[in-house]
Design a protein. Structure first.
Length: 317
């Protein structure tokens, strides 16, 4: 009887959750953890409309908080994943608090935020800043190519009264990618002729090729990625977003409908979520295929998508 009552309460909470806050990044661990939670607890706590990504941070926090406050028992792996979702979306929790035991002065007072400023009254104002630094060095096993990746950037997100949210992320990247990536990005490579000018790298619209006399290569890539958007809860079940980012509609790693393997794009998104029904319209300006030459304004193409999702049962969408 207690399990049935718990299941009913959790289901009601999940169904009544409205769209909140900025998005959980599509390439983050949190996105994977939410998919796993939906598989394991879909009968009592479904993560609604898993075909529509990215998830909202408010949704991620509500799912993790509800499970941690329940009388369910979790193994160490599941406890880690739930706590990760709490820490990564701490501004959207209601009862649980994310806190670092030994912060570095005013930095990392919360495990997932380098610098965090918020109002004394919870839910009025919140601002978070995280620097981005990623350095990788390696070697390709089959041809002994020297590989590296260097990423520098800054991420900022915040919200006002949990109604108006904003997000900004800028990254500068330099890399010598694996051969199968370079073959599609550098002129005269294995799959491209020297006169072919239709080149690309996954997930980016524009990039440059540079060389190094010191390390003796001429096929390294340099690109700049800037994303940002504003998100407004117009009404209780209606959300409006405008900015530059990626979306994913479908199931699995790739989708023929709308995939996140393409470059970020300028968008206007209208989303309505009521009960088990989610409807969204996306109007976007995309980067068209172009001939690589000197610096130029890249050609554009346009897209309109309307998608209706009905979560009939926990196993049927």
């Amino acid at each position: 009887m207690q399990k049935l009552l718990l299941g009913f309460v959790l289901a009601v909470v999940s169904v009544s959750t409205i769209a909140q806050g900025t998005f959980v990044p599509l390439n983050s661990d949190g996105n994977v953890y939410l998919d796993r939670l939906d598989i394991k607890f879909s009968k009592i706590l479904p993560v609604q409309h898993t075909t529509d990504k990215p998830y909202y941070r408010g949704q991620a926090a509500k799912v993790a908080e509800t499970l941690l406050l329940s009388n369910l028992r979790f193994n160490k792996t599941m406890q880690f994943q739930l706590q990760y979702l709490i820490d990564d979306n701490a501004e959207w929790t209601d009862s649980l608090i994310s806190k670092t035991r030994k912060p570095l002065w005013k930095f990392y007072r919360e495990p997932a935020s380098f610098l965090q400023v918020s109002s004394k009254k919870r839910g009025v104002f919140d601002l978070r800043l995280n620097p981005v630094l990623d350095l990788k060095v390696g070697e390709e096993s089959d041809n002994k190519r020297f590989l590296f990746q260097r990423v520098l950037g800054l991420e900022v997100r915040g919200n006002i009264k949990r109604v108006f949210s904003f997000y900004f992320n800028v990254l500068g990247s330099s890399a010598r990618e694996a051969k199968y990536v370079t073959d599609y990005a550098v002129p005269g490579s294995r799959y491209r002729s020297a006169v072919d000018t239709l080149y690309y790298i996954p997930g980016q619209a524009y990039y440059k090729i540079y060389s190094s006399k010191l390390f003796k290569y001429n096929d390294a890539l340099d690109y700049f990625d800037a994303r940002g958007y504003v998100n407004v809860n117009v009404l209780k079940y209606i959300n409006l977003s405008f900015g530059r980012d990626k979306f994913f509609i479908g199931n699995g790693q790739r989708s023929l409908f709308l995939s996140d393997n393409a470059a970020p794009f300028l968008f206007l998104r209208f989303n309505v979520n009521v009960w088990r029904v989610n409807y969204q319209s996306i109007f976007a300006e995309l980067t068209s295929q172009y001939l690589r030459s000197s610096d130029q304004l890249l050609p554009k193409k346009y897209l309109a998508i309307h998608h209706l999702s009905i979560q009939a049962t926990h196993w049927l969408n």
